[in-house]
Design a protein around this ligand. Structure first.
Ligand code: F6P
Length: 323
């Protein structure tokens, strides 16, 4: 192993820069040459790389986003695109690549490795959705969840003052991690998550029950699921049933930006270093993660084929903490 590449792919996540920095510093400590592949798989297909030395990763640990930039690249969804990527990897002379991203990134990487004799590939989970199997937390989740909690706190002030029902929509795609944890931390009255069937009757009943015991406002945290903007429909139906004024706030991409929290910087640093160490140990086709406080290496296929479960204890306690 002499020369490695690093890329970030899919949705950006705060803490990716801490991860890039850690991977570069670990590589340099082992006398590896490092290049940054720009704009994720878009740059991998065309061989768009820049040298990464100490200077390039200085003063980036506190920055959100990714200095390497990212993309969701349609070329990489095709076998032809992945063949071009393998050729570019050869041209760039890479022995290994650290891929920082989520499920889609690792799906693409699995196909690239299955179809081509290419460099060693090691993944690092970076996604605010936290939906990657093989790690308790993904880089970026903590920052996004804290952003959602701050928003809930602010909205609670005005909800209380106006005696209103608020629906706050968070990201997470088809997973409810962001909604569940920010809902618990923000003291929400109700949750809508993709892991449960949507029931307007149940939401209305639970909010209504709160009003009968003296609550004058309520907050429902809604996971965007497959239909971002779904909260407007839910809010309208619940409001009509309860005959109660409501408002909707969609947090959207606000959750993806801003300085990474301590947890995301530490996790990014830990996993960035672990990914390079895994390459040096001769590993390939796996993702480094943290499970139960220990480092773990999970086959890339499992990271997107297996469904990561929500924390059942959190789901259980939410039911009575929200009453
Ligand atoms: O996967 C991360 C994520 O932020 C999802 O929560 C969200 O559904 C999606 O990306 C938004 O993607 P885009 O930035 O391409 O609109």
């Amino acid at each position: 192993m002499k020369r490695i590449g690093i890329l970030t792919s899919g949705g950006d996540a705060p803490g990716m820069n801490a991860c890039i920095r850690a991977a570069v510093r670990t590589a340099l400590a082992h006398d590896l040459a490092v290049v940054g592949i720009r704009r994720g798989y878009a740059g991998l297909v065309t061989g768009d790389a820049v040298p990464l030395d100490r200077g390039a990763i200085r003063n980036i640990i506190h920055l959100g986003g990714t200095v390497l930039e990212t993309s969701r690249n349609p070329d990489f969804y095709t076998e032809e695109g992945r063949r071009r990527a393998a050729e570019a990897i050869d041209r760039m002379g890479l022995d290994g690549i650290v891929l920082i991203g989520g499920e889609g990134t690792f799906h693409g990487a699995s196909l690239l490795a299955a179809e081509n004799d290419t460099a060693a590939l090691v993944g690092v989970p970076g996604s605010i959705d936290n939906d990657v199997y093989g790690t308790d937390y993904c880089i970026g989740f903590d920052t996004a969840a804290n952003c959602a909690v701050q928003a809930i706190d602010r909205i609670r002030d005005t909800a209380r003052s106006h005696e209103r029902l608020f629906f706050i929509e968070v990201m997470g795609r088809t997973a409810g991690f962001l909604a569940l944890e920010s809902g618990i931390a923000g003291g929400a009255e109700e949750l809508v998550i993709p892991e449960e069937d949507l029931s307007i009757a149940r939401i209305s009943e639970r909010i209504g029950a709160g009003f009968t015991i003296g609550k004058k406002s309520a907050i429902v945290v809604v996971a965007e699921g497959k239909t971002p903007g779904i909260s407007f429909e839910i809010a309208k139906e619940v409001s009509e049933r309860l005959d109660f004024d409501s408002r909707v706030v969609v947090l959207g991409h606000l959750q993806r930006g801003g300085p990474p929290t301590l947890r995301d910087r530490v996790l990014g640093s830990l996993l960035g270093a672990a990914a390079v160490e895994a390459l040096l140990e001769g590993r390939s086709g796996c993702m480094v993660g943290e499970v139960g406080g220990d480092l773990a290496c999970t086959p890339l296929e499992e990271t997107w084929q297996k469904k990561k479960p929500l924390n059942e204890n959190l789901r259980r306690i939410f039911l009575f903490l929200s009453e």
